[in-house]
Design a protein around this ligand. Structure first.
Ligand SMILES: C[S@@+](CC[C@H](N)C(=O)[O-])C[C@H]1O[C@@H](n2cnc3c(N)ncnc32)[C@H](O)[C@@H]1O
Length: 356
């Protein structure tokens, strides 16, 4: 399937808007140049129109940037370290644009190949609200926890209890952790806890092995150039993950995996099923099947096998507002714990019971 130039431009404009709103002037400048070149530069036009995927749904610009970034990082290219703040450089859109396009045109075959890789981010800033929710469940159920994550990417958030989180009323997590999540909570009083995690497992359509040699650059390539704090968190989380026991991440879709794994064969533990920024990738039918499946399993649990469902997902009204919701069975309790941003910063912790 090819796209028309107009469809690609629409995808570029959509992405540019998001980059503008989210502090990424380098990508705004690169997208402006892409738009200029569409129809005028045969190589760029062919690369983007023959890509074969929907420019918006597949985040065409981000796949292109990820591809170019990875090839540049693998070759230790000077321009990327000089002009990407995430790589230690200084943002300079006027200089980065010609350097980026020269490099792209010199490496177009490799870029085309690398653009097949889907955008993969694993944002550990979300571990701050997620771990507060896990603490909430630990207090509510008082049992060892099985952590099950849907859409786990590289599984970095499955290690949430390995990170140090500074809450408004004190920290939790290991004091010597390489990853410190500070300043994420802007209000409220989340409780500290040292949950006992007895099992952890995740699934993703495309799971990433943190121990594979290409993984660090794969994850780095999708961090936007000005997002220095995200890059710092990623490096620290990779350090933690490298020394943690290997994770089991299954290549599976959410519904079939939950159906197979959510029931606990052993009594006396709480199963915590969680996900962050995954539901927008489901089609409406899959969303519906997923929530019905989790609820029906919840309704079948008993006192010996509590099930908690933690969801950190964009609100329906405004995708820049992310709701942290927790449902626990057999209590049948549903609580909106907090509101936060897509990267788990600015957490307003304010638990409110919701009707089930
Ligand atoms: C935006 S990423 C979020 C990753 C991670 N949860 C985080 O917060 O960093 C969305 C992830 O969901 C995965 N995903 C999308 N649809 C899925 C499905 N139907 N089943 C399992 N994983 C899915 C994608 O592969 C991707 O890794």
């Amino acid at each position: 399937m090819t796209s028309t130039i107009e469809q690609v431009i629409a995808g570029c404009e959509w992405q540019r808007d998001l980059c503008r709103k989210n502090g990424a002037p380098t990508y705004v400048a690169l997208i402006n140049e892409l738009i200029e070149r569409l129809g005028a530069d045969d190589t760029v036009t062919d690369l983007l129109t023959s890509d074969g995927q929907n420019p918006v749904q597949s985040a065409l610009c981000l796949r292109l940037f990820g591809a170019v970034n990875r090839i540049a990082m693998d070759g230790s290219e000077d321009w990327i370290t000089r002009y990407y703040p995430t790589m230690g450089g200084e943002a300079d859109p006027d200089r980065v644009v010609p350097a980026f396009f020269d490099f792209l045109l010199a490496n177009v075959d490799s870029v085309r190949e690398q653009m097949r890789v889907a955008v993969q981010t694993n944002e550990v800033g979300r571990a701050a609200p997620l771990s507060a929710a896990v603490n909430y469940v630990a207090h509510a159920t008082g049992r060892p926890l099985r952590l099950l994550e849907v859409g786990s990417s590289a599984g970095l958030n499955l290690l949430l209890d390995h990170y140090r989180v500074e809450g408004p009323h004190g920290p939790w997590g290991p004091a010597d952790s390489a990853l410190r999540l500070e300043g994420h909570f802007t209000s409220g009083e989340p409780q500290a806890a040292v949950p006992e995690v007895v099992e952890r497992r995740g699934c993703d359509l495309n799971p990433i092995d943190v121990h594979a040699p290409g993984t660090p650059n794969l994850l780095r390539s999708f961090v936007w150039p000005e997002h220095v704090e995200r890059a710092r968190r990623l490096e620290a989380a990779l350090t933690v993950a490298r020394s943690a026991p290997p994770l089991t991440l299954d290549a599976a879709d959410a519904c079939s995996w939950v159906a197979e794994h959510v029931d606990d064969p052993e009594p006396g533990r709480t199963t915590v099923l969680f996900h962050s920024i995954v539901l927008p990738y489901f089609d409406p039918d899959e969303r519906d099947r997923f929530s019905k499946l989790v609820r029906s399993r919840g309704e079948q649990t008993d006192e010996d096998r509590p099930l908690a469902w933690i969801s950190l997902e964009p609100s329906e009204e405004d995708s820049s507002v992310v709701n942290l919701i927790c449902e626990i069975w057999p209590m049948g309790r549903k609580v909106l714990l907090a509101r936060t941003t897509p990267h788990g910063t600015q957490v307003h912790w304010d638990p409110q019971e919701l009707l089930t």
